[in-house]
Design a protein around this ligand. Structure first.
Ligand code: SF4
Length: 416
């Protein structure tokens, strides 16, 4: 029986508001498909100019030390100057990571993006998208699409490959299947990201009202406050881990980001393991992650975003250098060597490294507090300031972030 997750036994990632591996650039609001869990209003236009994009990048640079730029949206491939944007990010000294649904990624576009210096892709693929040719497909059937994209990146060479999926109540049981699929393709797939579905109804439900400054706002007018049909909006990282452990009981996260309101909420929960195409030999522990983060920061002055494939396929070297300081790496190396000893005449199998990141976005607590990701990596720029990208619609529509107030409490406040 695996131990319940205790955040104090994990490594708290050292990221902060001004020093963080990534920044979240939104060059466009436009998207070419529809995703149920999207927190951006669905529009087909809304590209920023190159000048605006460069200004956003300069704002990031003014406030934050970072390694990679997640180029998101909307879908960034809809922007007519996406190749120039990737080139600009690279020229300014960061790794461009394209966060896309992949629908517009033709072979020609991939080649041009690679020439412009793209470092990685994160493909958002899940079963609650209206994706032409893939409508009503299950998470398992969508693995064919995932594999097609991963294989194309592998052929292009030198590009990091990640997938993310929103996790809904009814798709939660598929998460172990997606982890199993990713393990099978550990040589092509570097990161799997699972993002718990949210809507702003929160734990308080109807008993909650929302205010910006001294004005009560209609939260239901925002895209992330839609009727859920009774679907759960409180799936936690622990729920996702519990589900994965039904299939992989040894699944062992090593690092996390806490919540701004709850120290023990696992808002970003990282699990990293090493394996061959046939088996996962073990999970790295908190010490490994601490050393990796610290070493990269000491050497490059930044925390690491998206390790390049050339590093992730050298699990043997990582294990051989890190085993003295990390028990998880020692166990993984021992298991790998035992496997080699059982098949002495075969060539040494390559040891790859793969990660699973589970993200638990905003939790609206029963008393109205918003439990955000402490040291949010995905801050974006709005009117020259860094803001949570997951709540941008509040700023656009109401000029500020909403705060929740339990209804009874708000009446008391109004009476005073
Ligand atoms: S707080 Fe930041 S990291 Fe967390 S869900 Fe929102 S944008 Fe993403």
């Amino acid at each position: 029986m695996p131990e319940p997750l205790d955040h104090r036994a994990l490594y708290r990632l050292p990221w902060s508001l001004p020093d963080n591996p990534i920044a979240w650039l939104e060059p466009t609001e436009a998207c070419n498909i529809y995703c149920e869990g999207c927190y951006r209003a669905h529009v087909t236009q809304g590209h920023k100019s190159m000048r605006e994009i460069e200004n956003d990048l300069r704002t990031f640079a003014r406030y934050r030390n970072f390694d990679g730029v997640s180029i998101a949206g909307g879908d960034p491939l809809t922007h007519p100057e996406i190749v120039g944007i990737v080139g600009l990010v690279r020229t300014m000294g960061w790794k461009p990571i394209v966060n896309t649904n992949g629908f517009a990624l033709t072979e020609d576009m991939l080649r041009r993006l690679k020439d412009a210096g793209v470092a990685g892709f994160t493909f958002h693929i899940d079963s609650k998208q209206t994706r032409p040719g893939w409508k009503k497909k299950t998470e398992l059937e969508l693995n064919d699409l995932r594999l097609e994209l991963a294989t194309r990146l592998e052929r292009a060479g030198g590009i990091s490959c990640a997938f993310n999926a929103t996790v809904y109540e009814d798709t939660l049981p598929y998460v172990p299947d997606l982890v199993a699929w990713a393990r099978k393709h550990i040589d092509k797939v570097h990161v799997m990201v699972f993002i718990a579905y949210r809507q702003a109804s929160g734990e308080g439900g109807d008993s909650m009202e929302f205010w910006v400054g001294d004005k009560r706002i209609d939260m239901d007018s925002l895209v992330y406050s839609r009727p859920t049909g009774g679907r759960r909006v409180d799936i936690s990282s622990r729920d996702v881990v519990d589900e994965i452990r039904k299939r992989f009981p040894d699944f062992a996260p090593c690092a996390y980001l806490n919540g701004t309101e709850k120290a023990d909420s696992l808002k970003w929960l990282l699990t990293t393991y090493a394996g061959t195409r046939d088996e996962v030999v073990g999970y790295v522990g908190p010490k490994f992650m601490e050393l990796m983060q610290t070493y990269h920061h000491l050497r490059h002055g930044r925390f690491l975003a998206y390790a390049p494939p050339s590093m992730l396929r050298h699990g043997r070297t990582l294990a051989a250098t890190m085993w003295p300081i990390d028990g998880g790496v020692r166990r993984a190396l021992g298991r790998y060597l035992a496997g080699v000893a059982r098949r002495p005449l075969r060539p040494l199998p390559r040891l790859h490294v793969q990660s699973v990141m589970i993200i638990q976005p905003v939790d609206i607590l029963a008393d109205g507090r918003m439990n955000m990701c402490d040291a949010c990596p995905d801050v974006t720029v709005h009117e020259g300031e860094l803001v949570w990208s997951c709540r941008l619609e509040e700023l656009k529509k109401y000029g500020g972030f909403a705060r929740g107030v339990a209804r009874e409490e708000s009446v008391v406040t109004a009476d005073r």
